[in-house]
Design a protein around this ligand. Structure first.
Ligand code: GLN
Length: 495
């Protein structure tokens, strides 16, 4: 058997039984990475030797545990990949940008550190749009990642490397980040399960900041049950992030769903605003079919309205660039990464920033700086913040009637590489269904619910009340117990 066939929980069970070792599992992942990386380019850095050393240590711990009665950790010995906007001590970190070329951080992001403390093994850093700005990984300064289902297509973004790595079985699970959809949309495009937690649920310490009031760290995996394991381990209050919430994660028990109607009593809202003219018919059909499955599992489906949805896109593309323009001021060629030579201090700043930021990052900095400038602040940033409140209230009102909201993740399946080249607005439109959850701070979960006519995955999104990720995971888990979309896999023949 090929060990890369195993899901996270299956691998974990195999390790606990002594059926395999973490070293074997890590070797199997490294071998598959070596085979498929020339096609996919999911990784920016593979930490082969460090991962194997960590796997040896995990094997020693597994050995000790098997001789004691202590509870085993489901992550002990499991290889994971980490999006290259989360720092891991002593592994190069670029955020997909030439301005951080060669930068090696001296510390580890809290989310990653918690996974490592639970025994997970960081196998490498995955490709991302530069500073997580984009929806396709085409904005990476180090080349595009390809979709494992169709190498001429994008994997989505900005966590495209993580999504492709999980879909192609290079790793059982990975971390991504979601500021406006960057976990959910690539999960949908690659046919995997991705969770954007509630804002504040997972520490942002060690996450290279994009839009600080929106950024969330979330897991990508091949099932809701696997995603739940990573989520539970990495969430919780962190004194190093003042916005992290002091909310303990409720025990997420996703044991086999045995009753015929596991969703009995659950109210699911369907927002009209998320089924827009012009969206791909197969996406709408896939999502509606999945909703019908949830109904068969006992849920009650009712229409809801989120009337300010249409403003989410303009509001996001003011707030996110505004925050980005402030966050990216720190890259000046002095504190991090390479420095372009110059006569005076200002020359160093101009040249380093001028030569090393890519075009999309420059666009965001200019948009954000403009929106924050004196005279325009109230008209743009101030207004956007007010409308953001209205968007959050839409969700609050809807969640007085329903427990979860079901919607598409993106209006289309994965688009061809280059399809939106030179048209930033067309790229921004990819985010219309994912941005609102970030603006409202609510959790969102994407998971596969079918395929389009060309064999590309279709994803569905569930959104929930603040801090109710466990409910979203339970609903998706119930769905995955009676369907097998999440078990389909691309590139099998190359295994
Ligand atoms: N595509 C969106 C953007 O470019 C969202 C990216 C993200 O979530 N990091 O800002």
């Amino acid at each position: 058997m090929d060990l890369t066939d195993l899901t996270l929980l299956q691998a974990s069970a195999a390790l606990a039984k002594g059926g395999t070792s973490s070293v074997d599992l890590t070797r199997a992942c490294l071998k598959r990475i070596e085979q498929l990386e020339p096609t996919l380019h999911a990784f920016l850095y593979v930490a082969g030797e460090k991962a194997l050393a960590a796997a040896e240590e995990a094997d020693r711990q597994l050995e000790r545990i098997s001789r004691s009665t202590s509870q085993e950790s489901p992550l002990l010995g499991i290889p994971v990949a980490v999006k290259d906007v989360l720092v891991v001590a002593d592994l190069p970190c670029t955020a997909g940008s030439k301005i951080l070329e060669g930068f090696v951080p001296p510390f580890t992001a809290t989310a990653v550190q918690r996974l490592q403390a639970a025994g997970a093994i960081v196998i490498g850093k995955t490709n991302t749009d530069e500073f997580a700005m984009g929806s396709s990984t085409e904005n990476s300064a180090y080349g595009v990642t390809r979709n494992p289902w169709a190498p001429g297509r994008v994997p989505g973004g900005s966590s495209g490397g993580s999504a492709a790595a999980v879909a192609a079985h290079l790793v059982p699970a990975a971390l991504g980040t979601d500021t406006g959809g960057s976990v959910r949309q690539p999960a949908a495009f690659c046919g995997v399960t991705g969770l954007k937690p509630t804002y504040g649920r997972v520490s942002r310490y060690g996450l290279i900041a994009y839009g600080s009031s929106l950024d969330c760290v979330g897991p990508l995996a091949r099932s809701a049950a696997d995603a739940a394991v990573l989520f539970a381990v990495m969430s919780g209050r962190d004194p190093l992030d003042a916005t992290s919430a002091d909310m303990t994660v409720p025990g997420i028990d996703l044991a086999e769903v045995r009753q015929a109607s596991p969703l009995q009593g659950l109210m699911i809202g369907i927002p009209d605003e998320y089924f827009v003219a012009g969206m791909q018919a197969e996406v709408e059909a896939g999502v509606r079919d999945a909703i019908a499955v949830l109904e068969r599992l006992g849920a009650t489906v009712v229409p809801v309205s989120l009337p300010h949805t249409e403003y989410a896109l303009p509001v996001y593309y003011i707030i996110a660039p505004a925050e980005a323009s402030a966050n990216l001021a720190r890259y000046d060629g002095v504190r991090y990464g390479p420095r372009e030579a110059g006569e005076a201090m200002w020359d160093v700043f101009y040249r380093t920033r001028g030569r090393r930021f890519g075009p999309e990052v420059e666009r965001r900095i200019m948009l954000g700086t403009y929106a924050l400038s004196a005279g325009y602040y109230d008209a743009y940033y101030g207004q956007a913040q007010k409308v953001r409140t209205l968007i959050r209230r839409d969700f609050e009102a809807a969640f007085t009637q329903v427990d979860v909201i079901a919607a598409p993740v993106a209006p289309t399946t994965a688009f061809p590489i280059g399809a939106h080249a030179g048209d930033p607005l067309a790229m921004y439109l990819e985010d219309i269904f994912t941005l609102p959850a970030n603006l409202a701070g609510v959790p969102g979960l994407a998971f596969p619910v079918g395929f389009d006519g060309t064999g590309l995955p279709v994803g569905m999104q569930l959104m929930g009340r603040h801090f109710q990720e466990d409910l979203l995971l339970r609903v998706a888990h119930a769905y995955q117990q009676v369907t097998d979309w999440h078990r389909r896999r691309p590139m099998r023949e190359t295994a």
